[in-house]
Design a protein around this ligand. Structure first.
Ligand code: AMP
Length: 233
């Protein structure tokens, strides 16, 4: 029989997605460097109804990408904060060739690219079944990790929500955008990744438990500062 995970590990098992956000949190904790997620930053701008939030809300809900200028400004502001002095981990940025060029122009290095790859079909299934408890950040999946009571958080009994951009149609649109705008960046990183090069590209199979994927990633990262986690979603 499979060994029972310790209680600490079972918290990790329960987290949903095995996507880039989850893995980025784990790497960030392991290396003790902050995670810079432009997706999280934009969502919190929307939630706080700031000027930026109002400008990007419709774009986020539709699954399109916000403009490269907005992204580079967010990133530049963030990496100049003191907790980024010893390094940082990008989650989902740069996501276009334009952003990668702006990174170069601003001397923002990306040393290790971790590409978590997963079939479109599986992504659609995983994303469209995700549900979140906003206040705690706990996440569920209607099929793979259902809450004890349908639609309700296990701990508080409060209602779970679906991210507006996680509905199936929007996920499909996000994947189309990934193939058109982000995949060329993956090809670029693959091409420039050679022994002696500054940037190293690693592809990680996104199938498997969160722990399996984390282990594969850990085996692939030495303790280096600037990392990027890239994946379809
Ligand atoms: P994520 O949580 O990384 O999936 O990002 C959620 C949404 O935020 C995306 O669908 C985009 O609308 C926007 N976003 C996040 N990061 C970027 C980026 N680097 N470039 C453009 N748009 C982004």
């Amino acid at each position: 029989s499979t060994p029972k995970p310790s209680s600490a590990a079972s918290d990790v098992y329960k987290r949903q997605g095995a996507g880039k956000g989850t893995q980025a949190d784990l790497i960030s904790a392991e290396l003790g460097i902050p995670k810079i997620s432009t997706g999280d930053m934009l969502r919190s701008a929307v939630a706080s109804k700031s000027d930026l939030g109002n400008r990007v809300e419709d774009i986020l809900n539709s699954g399109k990408l916000v403009s490269d200028d907005i992204i580079i400004e967010l990133v530049n502001d963030r990496i100049n904060q003191s907790d980024c002095k010893t390094g940082y981990l990008f989650d989902g940025v740069p996501r276009t060739l334009g952003q990668a060029n702006l990174f170069l122009q601003n001397d923002i290095e990306v040393k290790k690219v971790i590409d978590i790859s997963l079939d479109d079909e599986l992504i659609i299934k995983r994303m469209s079944g995700r549900r979140f408890h906003i206040a705690s950040g706990r996440s569920y999946h209607i099929e793979f990790n259902p809450p004890k009571a349908k639609g309700l958080d296990d701990e508080t009994g409060e209602p779970l929500i679906q991210r507006p951009d996680d509905n199936e149609e929007t996920v499909k649109k996000r994947l189309k955008i990934y193939h058109e705008q982000t995949y060329p960046l993956v090809e670029l990183y693959k091409t420039i990744s050679k022994p002696g090069s500054l940037t190293h590209y690693v592809e990680i199979d996104g199938i498997g438990s969160i722990i399996d994927i984390q282990t594969q990633i850990s085996e692939n990262i030495e303790r280096i500062a600037q990392l990027l986690v890239l994946s379809r979603l």
